[in-house]
Design a protein around this ligand. Sequence first.
Ligand code: ADP
Ligand code: ASP
Ligand code: MG
Length: 406
Amino acid sequence: MARIVQKFGGTSVADVERIRNVARQVKAEVDRGNEVAVVVSAMAGTTNQLVDWCNQFGALHDRREYDVVVATGEQVTIGLLAMALQELGQKARSWTGWQLPVRTDNAFAKARVKAIDTAGIEEGFKRGEVAVVPGFQGLAPDNRITTLGRGGSDTSAVALAAALKADRCDIYTDVDGVYTTDPRIVAKARKLDKITYEEMLEMASLGAKVLQTRSVELAMNHRVRVQVRSSFTDVPGTLVVDEDEIVEQAIVSGIAYARDEAKVTLAQVPDKPGVAAAIFGPLADAQVNVDMIVQNVSRDGKTTDMTFTVPAVDLERAVAVLEKARASLGFSGLQADKNVAKISVIGVGMRSHAGVAQSMFRTLAEKGINIEVITTSEIKISVLIAAEYTELAVRALHTAYGLDAA
Ligand code: ADP
Ligand code: ASP
Ligand code: MG
């Protein structure tokens, strides 16, 4: 007997018929003799609607109340799935995030899971019951409701798998695995049988939303065996594994893109020690994460231009913080641009191969695409370009690195 956590995303539970389809897949796993806990998202579109209602109260609404609102979507699907399982003659019950509870920190709207009390689920397993658990929801130390950030049901599932010491965590979604790039924009994307935790982590954090970044972090730290697969077709998916489980490692294994960053340029910042700290300190205090940074060498030795990116949703807050500090920072102008995309090439093989960056720059140049900012790490290279070239860039790079499906 194995213990399995299955997670079904929004498209997979988009209506009652699809929920019945999910119930059949859950029951099939139980019929194979396994103990099963299921994590579900809200029905497709529901969370967007809930977020939109909150945003009608401005960008600065109370995040604790935002969590109360957006956590409701998952409560609907756990009840419906429990009913669908019962309809098949399968014992099941739902648990809300606060009934278990799923303990988190108090970073409302982007909380981190601290611990999950699985005692109730374990008792249910003894009675032959399937546990149906909402993704995305948690409980802050002061017992207020939290959510884990968009896409957070993946993280709920992996955290539950770790807490239950499950043998597997199967992430069922609307694509049949992790591809070399988003199959929705590159028809020639190839499905990967396996991907390393490290590469998956980079892919997720650089924009591939197939898994939430934190879910990969958790899986890596707790050695949870994660498989991404389709809830609509019964074909093998993609396993996320350790590097030594991969026999032939490609130099570049994937390409990711993100259109949710914005670029800020400060003109003529005084070029003196402490200026970077003076700029990025207040942004950090305002909880704005700065990602890519370039500082140009000054021509006159007195001033420099500073360009960096922030999440587009935080742009207004970032600009407000910087404008407030304008006098003390001493810059002459501020330019903000949401019309940018970050394109990244990822692969653990880069550690041992030179020339990957060069082919990226050459490929983009051949397409006439200008690079605005560059950042690199051991296993990835990211560039910032104008948003309208996103698809062109991703497709050209996919071909250039030999990733196209035959
Ligand atoms: P769910 O609702 O099941 O959580 P998501 O929409 O969050 O599903 O994630 C699945 C989507 O991720 C796919 O529909 C696909 O467009 C997108 N995606 C982006 N990059 C990749 C990739 N490299 N491989 C597979 N899917 C990807
Ligand atoms: N329903 C939440 C969202 O749409 C969580 C999830 O689906 O993973 O972000
Ligand atoms: Mg998702």
